[in-house]
Design a protein around this ligand. Structure first.
Ligand SMILES: Nc1ncnc2c1ncn2[C@@H]1O[C@H](COP(=O)(O)OP(=O)(O)OP(=O)(O)O)[C@@H](O)[C@H]1O
Length: 595
């Protein structure tokens, strides 16, 4: 090798290989995106990220990474020649050659280190940007159209959406890069080192027939044969990987629930039941882990055997020629290196089978999630028109998911400032009627009109308190900054939570700190802070005593005289704060009258 010319030669090689790689890469990606199920899933999930109309940077990033892949292959080729000359110098006891080799190695190693660091940076930065985009999109879609809630009614059903967002998005990005760039590297490397091997190999006589360039054919035959068998052994890993993700997520969810409902479980002394549930869930994880272990042992054991045989293979073939003096030690070493590179490149398909199996499982899960989000946005929800004040309901029929009618053909109109009490036996559909009016119940038809957005507020029996400051919990769903601290303190005073006024800026999980009655009072404070035009209260005072309930309702009536109140409740004492009562019966009939 002419080392003086090598920089120029390498630059020309990289330029040529780059042009070919770009064309082939784009063509293969386009083909995969059309012809394979997983390619289509990938494209549907993240194709938009690569649209040049959005930004040229992702495509630029891919182009740069491909350039570095080729740069890496070229470095390996140059190193293989360096080894050849270096070992030949050693064999010839050539001191000058040895020291020249050392200097050359210093230059090559420096370039190699700079290339490796730059390449890691480019790959890492690309991963972060892509992950950020995919996460923003997935979270955005999940929140938009309230899929995070409505998803439970849509098909296909998805388990553990949190895991899909948090884990699968990252895996999708990293594995796509590892597999695609690995594939390009493997193919180019295979091509280059096959050429080197071709020049180093001699004919061989097998069973009386002379095979020219035998080593090249043998390495291909060997690895392709090995790969076919490896696919066969590794196939069950796809299903096992899929199950592993699902089962571990289920187990984690049970642990989270234990923490979340810690108090209730502790009061019930439900440890034994919880333990049984946890152990059963974990046993499923472990069962799958054993299956995976046995399968992986077979798969890895096989792969390792194949690679170990490949270590000695080139030496055995070239040794007779070395001893006969037809080739030098450097040639043997380069043969071994080139053989190793071809074997590694070909084996990419075999060893990546495991990653590819996991990759398909991730694509399967993320596209199931995407389909669920899309299906939930297509659910037939009741038509909710906007009107600035009051509530109008026309021919509204609410059903259970199994089709049983809960409320049949309901029509009513509430002007601004009026108050309706909804009552009826348990299970008659009171909460479901409120869900329907919130636009969250897909098993209904008819029309309703009410104030929308922040002008409408729903209070449930167990108010949701976000993790953060008390003032954020009070202002919710508005931003904490929108609530003046003096006003916040005044509201707390009004809802009998004056003792918490000094903790307004204290951030913690308030749902674990406040009693259910205090949480309900805080939710009433929310109504005062947000001043909605209509408020739906679903047993929102169930944890307070009747005196407090009286005070809270009076506060709403006097503080927000124009606000429409729609309450669900069982207590007789509630009647005094409402002008009308809607009584639901179990058979779907209803009655509107005096409270
Ligand atoms: N997500 C759901 N899937 C299936 N059935 C449901 C669902 N939500 C509610 N139901 C059923 O709809 C019926 C009405 O439930 P709903 O919670 O509206 O009753 P309710 O009148 O508010 O009862 P309570 O007074 O006990 O709170 C019940 O039979 C309930 O089991």
């Amino acid at each position: 090798m002419n080392w003086n010319q090598e920089l120029l030669n390498s630059a020309i090689w990289v330029a040529k290989a780059y042009a070919i790689t770009l064309v082939v890469f784009v063509a293969v990606m386009a083909l995969l995106a059309r012809a394979t199920v997983w390619g289509r899933q990938f494209w549907s999930l993240t194709g938009a990220y690569f649209s040049p109309r959005r930004s040229w940077r992702p495509l630029g990033g891919v182009a740069l990474m491909l350039l570095f892949v080729l740069f890496t292959v070229r470095m390996n080729v140059v190193f293989s020649y360096w080894y050849n000359e270096f070992y030949s110098a050693l064999q010839a006891l050539d001191q000058k050659g040895f020291w020249f080799g050392m200097q050359l190695f210093g230059i090559l190693a420096t370039i190699h280190v700079v290339r490796a660091v730059l390449s890691s940076y480019i790959r890492g930065a690309f991963t972060i940007h892509w992950r950020q985009w995919l996460n923003d999109r997935t979270v955005g879609e999940w929140l938009q159209g309230q899929s995070y809630y409505l998803g439970r009614f849509a098909e296909p059903a998805v388990d553990n959406p949190d895991q899909r967002i948090q884990q699968d998005v990252t895996t999708l990005v990293t594995t796509t890069l590892a597999l695609s760039m690995g594939l390009v590297g493997a193919v180019v490397s295979m091509y280059e080192f096959t050429g080197i091997l071709w020049n180093l190999s001699a004919p061989m006589t097998v069973a009386g027939t002379e095979i020219p360039r035998a080593m090249v054919f043998l390495v291909y035959l060997y690895v392709i044969g090995a790969s076919v068998f490896a696919f066969w052994i590794g196939r069950p890993l796809i299903g096992l990987n899929f199950m592993n993700e699902k089962l571990t997520a289920n187990y984690r969810y049970l642990l989270v629930r234990l923490r979340e409902y810690g108090e209730s479980i502790a009061l019930y002394r439900g440890e034994a039941v919880e333990r049984r549930g946890l152990l059963a869930s974990f046993a499923a994880v472990i069962g799958n882990a054993w299956d995976t272990l046995w399968r992986t042992l077979k798969f890895d054991g096989y792969n390792l055997t194949i690679s170990q045989i490949a270590v000695v293979f080139p030496f055995i073939i070239q040794a007779p020629r070395l001893f006969a003096g037809t080739i030098k030690l450097g040639d043997v070493m380069q043969t071994s290196q080139a053989f190793g590179q071809v074997e590694e490149a070909l084996s990419f398909f075999r060893t990546s089978y495991d990653s590819f199996a996991g990759y398909r499982a991730v694509l399967e899960r993320l596209s199931g999630f995407e389909q669920n989000v899309r299906a939930s946005s297509r659910l037939a929800l009741p038509a909710l028109a906007e009107q600035a004040q009051g509530l109008t309901i026309e021919h509204l029929t609410v059903r259970r998911p199994d089709g049983q009618v809960l409320t049949a053909d309901l029509s009513l109109a509430l002007p601004a400032g009026s108050a309706l009490l909804i009552r009826g036996p348990s299970g008659s559909g009171k909460t479901t009627l409120l869900r329907t009016l919130a636009g969250l119940w897909p098993f209904s038809d008819g029309q309703a009109a009410r104030p929308q957005g922040s002008a409408c507020l729903f209070l449930s029996q167990r108010p949701y308190l976000p993790i953060g400051t008390l003032s954020a919990a009070l202002a919710y769903p508005a931003e904490a900054a929108s609530l003046d601290p003096a006003r916040a303190a005044q509201i707390l005073e009004q809802v009998q939570l004056g003792h918490l006024a000094r903790q307004l800026d204290l951030a913690q999980d308030w749902s674990q700190v406040l009693s259910p009655g205090e949480q309900q009072r805080l939710a009433f404070g929310r109504v005062l802070a947000n001043r909605p035009a209509i408020v739906f209260l679903d047993e929102a005072t169930s944890a307070t005593d009747t005196g407090l309930e009286h005070g809270l309702y009076r506060l709403l009536r006097s503080g927000l005289p124009q606000t429409v109140l729609v309450s669900v409740g069982h207590r007789e004492t509630l009647a005094a704060f409402h002008d009308q009562a809607l009584t639901l019966a179990r058979d779907g009939s209803w009655q509107l009258g005096a409270p």
